[in-house]
Design a binder for this molecule. Sequence first.
Ligand code: GRF
Length: 190
Amino acid sequence: MAKNVRIAVFASGSGSNFAALEKACYVGTIPADIVLLVTDKPDAFVTERAKQAGIPVAAFRPRDFETKQAYEQAILAVLQEAQVEWLILAGYMRLISHVLLDAYPERIINIHPSLLPSFPGKDAIGQAVKAGVKVTGVTVHLVDEGMDTGPILAQQAVNVIDNDEQQTAKAIHEVEHELYTATLKKLFEK
Ligand code: GRF
């Protein structure tokens, strides 16, 4: 049997996607091991989830570094030490710079709560509801230097519910957890 892929999840928030991926790796649906959680928010709830799952947390405060490059160099050192092969962004609220992009060419993946290229950036679900669209969705894509712009790997449509952000967000998050799992499973089984 092939060896599991070593991944690091990057997250800044509540970490429901992290939890879904952790479970899918644990039960063997995704042939990967999450060897590290990287966060730019040491107090984020996702760090609690990682600790409970026994996954090491690497927390860095960007303001402790003089430049973005220095911040990412520090992350890179930890990733290399842990022999991480792929970076999986799950609610990581920062653009990735060339330091990590060069170290992990076409090996950084992101999930975004819209059908890209519609509604990139922050508050994609709020943007969709305000725009009055009836259908939005979820996109999993490779990361490049732009904001939510890399090649698309998978998409799934989700109906906007009653013009309501909260209900729509709930439906989107459920789809995210399934689509991220299915996409990584397919990718890592290749
Ligand atoms: C998700 O909607 C993801 O698509 C976006 O940030 C959100 C993170 O949610 N990039 P969670 O922290 O995984 O619950």
